[in-house]
Design a protein. Structure first.
Length: 377
């Protein structure tokens, strides 16, 4: 049984959203997604909530989700991970044949979190990892190791920032679009050498909702729009023991890639995929993930057309959901000023963030001939 995207909704991204509660953010995104899908909440069979109690500030935080989604007295499954892991869980639910439609939700109210670095600090091993310094120290070690072991330079890392922030200018939903010089990036405030402040995605508020459906249901509801199908999903993790990891690569991405590519029948990413949404919570991580997918500088025009997390913001668990929202709109031809004409297959990648190397990959496809940037089937 195949699975397709029936509707998407996004409320955000905002550097701060003092006029909206997290419940209102979710409700707005859900209303958009249901209208986009052409269905009523009563027609949805179940939901997947992607959130973490600690970040939400509530115990059993998913208890506050059903009202906004119209899922009262319906099954709500919670994933404390990356949004794409929630998507994969929803896909599996539909493939059991017990659900025809499942809605996936995640949100960020980062502006409510006073000390965001303390939340990150808490994720480290309490004995060996919490060193009394900036929790971004691991990103600094990662970046230095990556630069030592690869052909990339610190200038390449800086260019990730300048490129993604500039692309975000054309995306009306991106709050952090701007033109930075390499000097602004490389000689900015140091956070964890060689990582500077502008190499880290800034937090933002927002909520994303995606409605998935079995192929047959999705075709019935398509209303003449291109049908965007999920043809591959996968996720994986490197060891949780940081000292045992190779910090120059992302093993979690490699595992997720292998699973998703096998399911989607993909052998070579660069020649078979039109668009790539790669995690860039830290600028060097985009390069790490490019290496994992076998991508080079020639593929840069197809990578993060929305501005990435550096342009869109870090929305905690919802970050990769926002990227999926943009990917669906790109494949439908609805992305506006940053539309990449001719895209028919997109890869969305998510990373849980430090101190993990837990990653997920989703492959999306729409119908029609392929041919973005000279890429042919």
């Amino acid at each position: 049984m195949g699975v397709a995207v029936l509707g998407v909704g996004f409320s955000g991204a905002f550097p701060t959203s003092t006029g909206l509660s997290y419940r209102e953010l979710i409700k707005r995104a859900a209303e958009m997604a249901y209208q986009d899908a052409g269905i009523e909440p009563e027609e949805v069979d179940g939901a997947v909530s992607v959130e973490e109690d600690f970040i939400s500030g509530y115990s059993i935080a998913d208890e506050y989700v059903p009202d906004q989604l119209g899922m009262v007295r319906k099954p709500v499954y919670t994933v404390t991970g990356d949004f794409l892991q929630g998507i994969a869980s929803a896909v599996m639910q539909i493939e059991t044949g017990q659900f025809k439609t499942v809605v996936v939700e995640a949100y960020s109210k980062a502006s409510n979190v006073l000390q965001k670095d303390e939340v990150l600090h808490f994720a480290f091993d309490p004995v060996f990892g919490r060193l009394g310094v900036s929790p971004h120290y691991l990103a600094g070690i990662e970046m230095q190791r990556f630069l030592d072991e690869s052909l990339h330079s610190v200038i390449d890392v800086g260019e990730v920032v300048t490129r993604n922030r500039a692309r975000a200018i054309a995306n009306p939903l991106a709050p952090y679009g701007g033109r930075l010089s390499l000097e602004d990036v490389l000689y900015g405030r140091p956070v964890a050498t060689p990582v500077t402040e502008s190499m880290i995605a800034r937090h933002a508020d927002g909520a994303v909702v995606v409605v998935l459906a079995a192929d047959e249901t999705a075709r019935e509801r398509a209303n003449g729009r291109p049908l965007v199908r999920l043809t591959g999903t996968g996720w994986g993790s490197a060891t949780s023991i940081v000292e045992r990891r190779d910090l120059a690569l992302s093993e979690g991405t490699l595992i997720a890639k292998e699973l998703a590519f096998k399911e989607a029948g993909i052998e070579d990413a660069a020649s078979e995929i039109d668009l790539f949404y790669l995690s860039d919570h830290y600028a060097h991580r985009q390069l790490v993930h490019m290496d994992a997918f076998g991508l080079s500088d020639e593929d840069l025009p197809a990578i993060n057309p929305d501005g990435g997390a550096l342009g869109m913001g870090d929305l905690f668990e919802a970050t990769s959901g926002v990227r999926m929202f943009d990917a669906v709109r790109q494949l439908r031809g609805e992305a506006g000023a940053h539309q990449m004409a001719g895209a028919n297959r997109a890869l969305v990648h998510g990373w849980r963030g430090l101190p993990t190397d837990t990653c997920a990959v989703v492959i999306l496809e729409s119908g029609g001939p392929r041919g973005l940037n000279g890429r042919d089937a």
